[in-house]
Write a protein that binds this ligand. Sequence first.
Ligand code: 3PG
Ligand code: CO
Length: 524
Amino acid sequence: MSNKKVILVVMDGIGISVTHLGDAVTEANTPTLDRLKKECPYTTLKAHGSAVGLPTDDDMGNSEVGHNALGCGQIYSQGAKLVNESIESGKMFASETWNELVNNVKTKSSTLHFIGLLSDGNVHSNISHLKKMIAKAKEQGAAKVRVHVLLDGRDVPATSAPIYIEDLEKCMAELNDATFDAKIASGGGRMKVTMDRYQADWDMVKLGWETHVKGEGRQFANALEAVETLRNETGAIDQDLPAFVIAENGAPVGKIVDGDSVVLFNFRGDRAIELSMAFDGGDEFTYFDRGAKPDVIYAGMLEYDGDLHIPNKYLVNPPEIKDTMSEVLEKAGLKSYAVSETQKYGHVTYFWNGNRSEKFASEVWKEIPSDKVSFDQRPWMKSAEITDDLIEAIKSEKYDFIRCNFPNGDMVGHTGSMDATIIGVESVDLGLTRLLKVAEEYGYTVLITADHGNADEMLEKNKKGEINVRTAHSLNRVPFYIVSKDKYEIKDADSEKYGLANVAPTVLKIFGIEAPACWEDSMI
Ligand code: 3PG
Ligand code: CO
């Protein structure tokens, strides 16, 4: 083993544009990245589709699968694919949990609820899974289904919610008859209600609980009316629409009450954990006052946290990610440090370590609290504080491997604001400028990459050829730089054969540690 020291920087959401449609990365003033591209070993990495275990190459990458691949040097079939397979093979519907959920509502003549992100973004969920589960529930004798829809517009076009609502309502209308009654019961924009992550803002989950469980909130006759009215009033895109409740004669159509069954149909964990804690938690749950908690059977689509076992019940086994880089480094006696701000803290810790929330004994994790704003209003986010923290970690001389995530390209990119995203990318470049000086002084090799694209494509052409704002990730490749006083050469740098899973093996190569046999190849 060598005595090398390595820093790995994830510039979240900073990819390489092909179309240059709304390319905030190229438009930004990035003197450091520009210089590195000329001076350092450089290649590009595939960060979407099959390179990160998604069903097809039409699937854009995302931070979960990206950080999983970066952190484990392997490509695992991910939630989107595992759920497809479980439904297709019939395994989900034969599972004990599914049968418990359905039998519960049959014996008690109660309601089967589905809560989740309503789109085909395939990042957190897929509407096709929901439709198949509703149809199966009817086939197996459930009589009443209520769906609580979280509007997307972040992994799919910004104002596409009506398309998915209509699709779901058509599916339910075809199933509804004298024996079966399915309806949308409540909803709201995913960045306003229910889908908080990393405990950044529990008030979002509290609002979700009041909306979905208690049926409290502004009432509408149906979800399309809610979206149209709220859009006209607020001008918000889907992800930011306020919460709503569907009611008939002043009464909510689908409160969650004793005896009901509830499925959270999101497969990705970060934004599903807090609601699961609220449903599963006993008296020790103190994040908000749930009032009288209904006695229900609750299940998530997947197990979202394998250490804390959240939720208690789930429908599909998650990928079992083994031999992560953190584990290998720990066994080799090397010390790791991880830092980001709240919005990406779990990405560089929990996703990085294969969806585990518990750190290895010698790892140190640092969270810098994020602002609670829409990030187009603070596009620099905590890039300066993250950089300060990294510099302190370097100077402490305690760590062999330091990893960090600068969220700006992604979090600002998701707002759709081109001007703000340019500032976000520039903030990352400034952070790198400061970081690299100190890293060089202390003898670190710095690897710089991204988990997927976003800021590189802030506009998109729809099927009619019209140009619209794009809030979702891109399918573009991402950069990979090696900044080091040591001489490294990337093999076949122009070949486009590498993906995110080739990064961890490259880190181990620098350390002179043999990678587990199941890992992908090193690039050097
Ligand atoms: C989100 O959860 O914010 C988006 O759906 C995906 O973004 P991320 O994969 O970059 O977190
Ligand atoms: Co993102």
